[in-house]
Ligand binder design. Structure first.
Ligand code: DC
Length: 229
């Protein structure tokens, strides 16, 4: 739409409650850029594991971060933006449970957060962006025009993540997935640096009983209200 103003939309919330699905839907609808901030923490985790970085040692963390270059590139075929770690497409690798088991610890490190947040803020400079994560509305873009906080029943979230991971690894158990989600939610919301919390001005979207079409409709209603202001 010509002349339409561009805004920043932030989507935060618990693990596996559909943040990236909604973020993608909105980006497509509005022709905005979608940035998956969790993918950045996952790619950093992959680098640390591959290179045996001792992340309890701040000097090693700083040195490793100095060697990490992250970039999102749009894949025309999948119509998704994918993350590159030092020029390697790691979009698929970072979804593994091995990464999910360590990522919350690494995302809790101050130096790692400063590294990622700086890049995220840079990406939002031109607005017209939807970014999802845990601290996007509270820390990365505290002045964002629209902040959404997503939530869903625990059982629904476990089921969704299980289906996603089972396609890649049929040996995975529902217990493993449940434990990982609970552990990540706990670490993400209890860490000292930028813990997951709902921004005071965020609108809550509980999608336990919503179809994808219904959740998009609700979020687009909020977007349109903001675009009119
Ligand atoms: O959204 P996700 O599951 O891909 O995120 C992976 C991990 O990264 C998650 O356990 C918490 C962390 N994370 C974060 O701390 N801050 C963000 N903005 C995004 C993700």
């Amino acid at each position: 739409m010509a002349g339409r103003k561009n805004i920043i939309i932030t989507i935060d919330g618990w693990s596996s409650c559909g943040k990236s699905t909604l973020a993608r839907q909105l980006a497509r609808e509005l022709n905005y850029v979608y940035i998956d901030s969790g993918a950045m923490y996952r790619a950093i985790t992959l680098y640390f594991l591959r290179n045996h970085v001792d992340w309890t040692d701040p000097a090693q963390v700083m040195e490793a971060l100095g060697n990490i270059q992250l970039e999102f590139r749009f894949n025309e075929q999948s119509q998704k933006s994918e993350i590159y770690l030092n020029d390697e497409n790691v979009e698929y690798l970072i979804r593994d449970l091995v990464i999910a088991e360590k990522v919350s610890d690494i995302a809790a490190i101050r130096e790692v957060r400063e590294f990622a947040v700086g890049q995220q803020q840079e990406m939002g400079k031109r607005k017209g962006i939807v970014m999802d994560g845990r601290d996007i509305g509270t820390v990365v873009f505290p002045k964002a025009e629209l902040k959404i906080f997503m939530t869903a029943d625990n059982a629904v979230r476990v089921e969704r993540r299980f289906k996603e991971l089972f396609e890649k690894n049929p040996n995975i158990s529902i217990e493993e997935v449940k434990n990982n989600l609970e552990m990540r939610d706990y670490i993400d919301s209890h860490r000292d640096v930028s813990p997951l919390r709902q921004a005071e001005d965020a609108l809550v979207l509980d999608n336990s009983n919503l179809t994808m079409g219904e959740q998009l409709k609700l979020a687009m209603k909020w977007v349109n209200e903001k675009l009119l202001v």
